[in-house]
Each structure stands twice: as C-alpha cells, then as structure tokens.
Design a protein around this ligand. Sequence first.
Ligand code: SF4
Ligand SMILES: [Zn+2]
Length: 368
Amino acid sequence: MSKPDPQPDPEVYEQGRGMDAHNEVMREIRGRRDRTYDPREPTRVWIDEDNTPTGVYQSLTIILNTGGCRWARAGGCTMCGYVAESVEGGSVSHEDLMAQIDVCLEHEAENADERSGLVKIYTSGSFLDEREVPAETRRAIAETFADRDRMVVESLPDFVDREKVRDFTDHGLACDVAVGLETATDRVRHDCVNKYFDFSDFEAACDEVRAVATEDDADAGVKAYLLLKPAFLTEFEAVEDMVSSVERCAAVDGCHTVSMNPTNVQRHTMVEDLFHDGGYRPPWLWSVCAVLERTADADAIVVSDPVGSGSERGAHNCGECDEFVQTAVKDFDLRQDPSVFSEVSCECELTWEAVMEREKSYGMPLTR
Ligand code: SF4
Ligand SMILES: [Zn+2]
C-alpha cells in the first residue's frame, strides 16, 4: 500500500467521494466567464467597522487577486463566484501582489481619516496556501501591517499551520484565521456546498492556531465563516443547520468569532443556475435575525454581514422592511444585544413563518 500524499491537496479529497459530478457541472458553468483581470489590482478593497475580541475597530478589508483557489479550479463550491474573478493562468507574482497592497494603502489614505486598526485579507481562495501567496509575500505583508493591531487572514483548514500564523504574531499583531467552514454538518458541506473537508479538519486548524496562543502567549484565534442556506436546503432546514453550526463552532477552543454569511447569488455558479430556473431563493433576512437571536448565548461573537441584502440576489424580505432589518443586524453585530430584534417587525414576517412551516424542498412537485 502506498503512503498517503503528505501534501494537503483538494484533489486527494475529491477522489472516491462522489464529488466528481458536482465538479463537472461547475467546471462547465465557470467556463462561461468572459472577463479578465489586472494582476496589479486587488479584486476589491473597502473601509468598514468590525467587532473583535478586543473591541470595535475601523477595518480595511482587502480581497487580493491571487489567481484563484485550487479547489475552485477543480470545480469548487456551488455558491462561489470568486474564481470567475481571478487571474487567467493561475498565479500572481510577489511583485504584483505587493502592487495590489499598495493600491489598498492608497485607497485607505484617500478614504479614511485614520489608519485602520484591523486589516482583513481575503483572497479568491486561501491566503495561507503558498501556491497562491508565497511565503515571501506573506512575510512582506505582515511587515507592511506591523503597525496595526489585528489582522484577519483567510484560509482553508489544510493550509493552517502555526508557523504561518507566527509570521503575524511575531510582529506583535493579533492574528485571526478566517476559515470558510460553511456548516458544521459534514453532509451539508459535502453535498450542498461541494466543499471537500470535514469538521474534524476545522478542529485541527483551530488546534494549530491555539498552539500559537498558548505557547507564545500571543493573541491568535479562529473566525469561522458559515453559509446560511446553501443550495438544496429549505428555509427551515437552513435555519436549523445554522443554529447548530454556530453552537458547535462556538464550543471549539480557539474559535472566538462566528460570521454567518447568507448565500448571495454570484455569477457563474451552480446557485445562479438554480436561481434562474426557479430552484433557489436566497434566505430571508428574518432567518438571519432568527439565527442571531437563538444563538445570542453562544460562547463566541456571532455576527452577520449580508452581502447584497435587500436585493433579489441577496438575503431579502419583502422590499419594504429590508433596510431597517439590516440596520438591526448591523446593530447586533456591534453590540451583541438580541433585544434589537424585538424592535423590528413587518407584515411579511407572517409570510416567512408560513415558508418556514410549509416549504418541503425547493423542487416540490405541483401535482401528485
Ligand atoms: S468558497 Fe472558497 S474553497 Fe470554495 S471554491 Fe470558493 S474560494 Fe474555493
Ligand atoms: Zn417586510
């Protein structure tokens, strides 16, 4: 018997797990992309405000263009449109990545009065995957932001390693690793999201980060990203899956924050195909509120920043109440006080309740 491949590699997970069919469909869908991108420009950059274990900070959020997630190239997750935004050919050089960082610093200087205490770096995949971001670049970026307080870097669990985290904490930066876990339920992660790893891999990544915190007495932790309402779940199933996922993540040592992302319909994805065919509706904002309210006692900061909310492609209610419900969510993110939700109401809450009660599956037959 040959020894297992020591390199973390999504292809290994894919084999024999029944994921080939999902991947084949996704490769075809992504093949329709029609735009190309400049490797010296970040995918996106913006200034915001975030709640962290050490308080609320002004944040600089960067989506680096790194050539894309290697899992996405095999097919990737059912809702992820990032790969359609990535660079043709698959890798971006150190110089180009640093040029993207310069663009972000300029953006910050032009759009904020002060420097952000928190810097969050996402990629179209994993910042800690050295095929996307070489070690040299990771260290140069840590040095560039050494005068800040906290950094968040995004990674799939396979690439999380205590030495990589130390590149940041050795500069005195608090470091949070953001892991796109999506759900604590392996079956939903595999079959609805088409993501290849298990909850136990997430726990192992938390152990790596926690080792830095305990051995070096550094501030290092994990931020779990969860996906509210992946394809193929009813509204009710999605809410129940999310409540149990938040609770299971909060119970893992080292995971101090849970960020719940309602699915939004991105271009060139399987979710988009389902959406056009009447097979998918993004979650209700009432579902976001319900999860936040029910998990308010969890032993972690629980936040949600619904991308594109209020629009057809993002989490939405009836159109009348979306804006003030979203304001309540934002308020909860910063203060963690569930009473904000008792101050919002709308007639459409009754419709949401009926959906929660009656929806059986997205493709319910019309006749029997
Ligand atoms: S969600 Fe993450 S792992 Fe999945 S395809 Fe997108 S970037 Fe890759
Ligand atoms: Zn409403």
